[in-house]
Design a protein around this ligand. Sequence first.
Ligand SMILES: Cc1cc2nc3c(=O)[nH]c(=O)nc-3n(C[C@H](O)[C@H](O)[C@H](O)COP(=O)(O)O)c2cc1C
Length: 218
Amino acid sequence: MIPKNNSGKKFGNSRLSSITRTMKERRNSRALIKIDPSLTHRLFHPRVPVIVCSKFGKDIAAMPANSCSAISDSPPMIALALGKRIRTNRVMRKSLVFSINWISFEPECSRDIILRLAAPFKTSTGAADKLKQNGVPYFLVRGVPVLGQACAFTLCKVNRILSTGDHDLFIASVLHAKALPRDFALDGYWRFQEYKPALYTGSIRRDPLITIQDPNGF
Ligand SMILES: Cc1cc2nc3c(=O)[nH]c(=O)nc-3n(C[C@H](O)[C@H](O)[C@H](O)COP(=O)(O)O)c2cc1C
């Protein structure tokens, strides 16, 4: 029997084969259940978090971010989504420059940085420097904080800020970048010799960071 559309007309051959294909695909697909679309961000886990740092006057902001992605190779550009209410958003809107830092799962003190900086900045202490407040060593490159533990970093300049729901999307150009010579700078690919990426599995887990099992398998 040849299927018909709502107006009673017969479907053409190509439409028919696409319907047959869809029916077959439906039979073969695993049974998936509906989930709340607001959980979409969790479907991206695990992800490699970076540490974003920015400085405006005495105010130094730093936090882990999962939402950071390269959005253009030439010119090199990145996008970063920051919650509207967080302090780092406020500092970056004023400074319009920031660093992105890639840090390794090991040593443990490096991994701890991700979890310590995930806590909101404590204003009650009167301090202005979140890195100092958390005992995280850093130095300044062109006036922007860069982590002493970074296996790579880039300096970025904000070009545009778009409001996207409960976050703001910062679109930025990459001005300057450095990485470990043995691990990345050799040919522009991570070799995972010193750098073992920390993978964030989600906030509900007791130990939300893992890493790759066999770095030589890459
Ligand atoms: C691994 C990880 C990734 C995160 N990624 C983001 C992100 O991309 N954007 C965001 O707004 N918050 C993100 N957060 C939450 C912020 O780091 C958190 O709100 C932090 O307290 C903000 O710091 P601040 O108050 O000093 O600005 C992430 C947290 C973790 C643990």
